[in-house]
Design a protein around this ligand. Sequence first.
Ligand code: UD1
Length: 417
Amino acid sequence: MDSFRIVGPCRLEGSVEVSGAKNAMLPLMAATILTGGKCTLENVPELRDTTTMMRLLAVLGVPSTLEKGTLAADASEIKSFEAPYDLVRTMRASIYALGPLLAKFGKARVSMPGGCAWGPRPVDLHLQGLKALGADIRIDHGYIDASASRLRGAEIILSLPSVGATVNLMLAAVLAEGRTIIENAAREPEISALAAALNGAGAAISGEGTSRMEIEGVSAIRPFRVRVIPDRIEAGTFAAAAAITGGRVEINGCEPDHMHAVVERLEACGARVETGPGKMTVQGPGRIEPVNIETGFYPAFPTDMQAQMMAVLCRARGASSIMERVYSERFTHVPELKRLGAKIVLEGGVAVVTGVDSLQGAPVMATDIRASSALILAALAAEGETRILRIYHIDRGYERIEEKLRKLGASIERIAG
Ligand code: UD1
């Protein structure tokens, strides 16, 4: 298993290019199932999750190629309707196959996702919503078995604005008969990007980016060519890296409009952030000010930036609190950050982080995508050598992160093994 060796402390300087967003790309790849034809996605990041989704599409009979960020997928001869356990367990977003298979072919069998490193991650809202659209759903030997003759539009009220459930329901409702209304829909930019791509291919979706989405079912979705939006979490991670190292980083190819909550908290920490069209420059503060953070659904502070901001606050001048409201148990990075000398106390879904003068390098273990990037940030600011094990997690969600950081002046190398 590969690991990273990072020697700190360093001060990041220079410019970096943001990749396409994993969480926007995965729904678009699943949407190809609806088209019965050849689709092209541009600005696709080369990640483990991209490969996993390509493998899943291949199992269904959708061959695809990825070359220099352009993914071509051919959905003209789908021959299987099953997403196997082996793929679903490595990437939960495999469940995105459920909605489009059901809508297009009237049947789907998708392995039931289990929990994940930071606790339970149910899919009940996906299933309730699909049932409301007329699907018959059974759980059989660990698989979700779904069938329907033709889905019918319905009014669905989500008890939480789940990103995944909103995606799956959109991918099903676009081909349903009649109108679907999703109340309390997720409002993430990745949802709006999916709606834009589907509308460009013949769908009739309105209200995306608000809590009430209306989808008028159509008889066909045409093959599409779309560009994946920039990854706001990757951009936020580089912004946090500038903050923790007291450096200055120009982040190109990002969408600052998608990042208001993160920019606002970074500024509260003392960072200076300048934004312009498609870019952002972050100047880290001399000393980081403590701040309180509460994660929430978009446009609130993203849970996917919680771990990285915790790393930043480990170096603050005083105590900060972090309340995790989306995944109350998403704190697996805490014991690892403590190994680097951080002072963090966890109590009832709240982490109290007391800043320390210096962090020290140590061997640590990555536990999930964002937890791993938090460890990289802390290691950049720590004295001496940090070894981060199990970096396959980071490869799921960050494209060539070590190259990008090295270009900014970090001492980071990948050690194969
Ligand atoms: C997506 C993102 C992930 C991010 C998360 C929250 C992708 C591929 N992944 O995950 O990076 O951390 O949004 O922003 O886009 N819930 C239920 N029942 C359900 C579904 C969700 O109770 O059927 C709950 C979850 O436990 C969680 C909350 O809803 O507390 C939000 O989850 P959700 O938005 O669905 O996250 P994902 O789509 O899995």
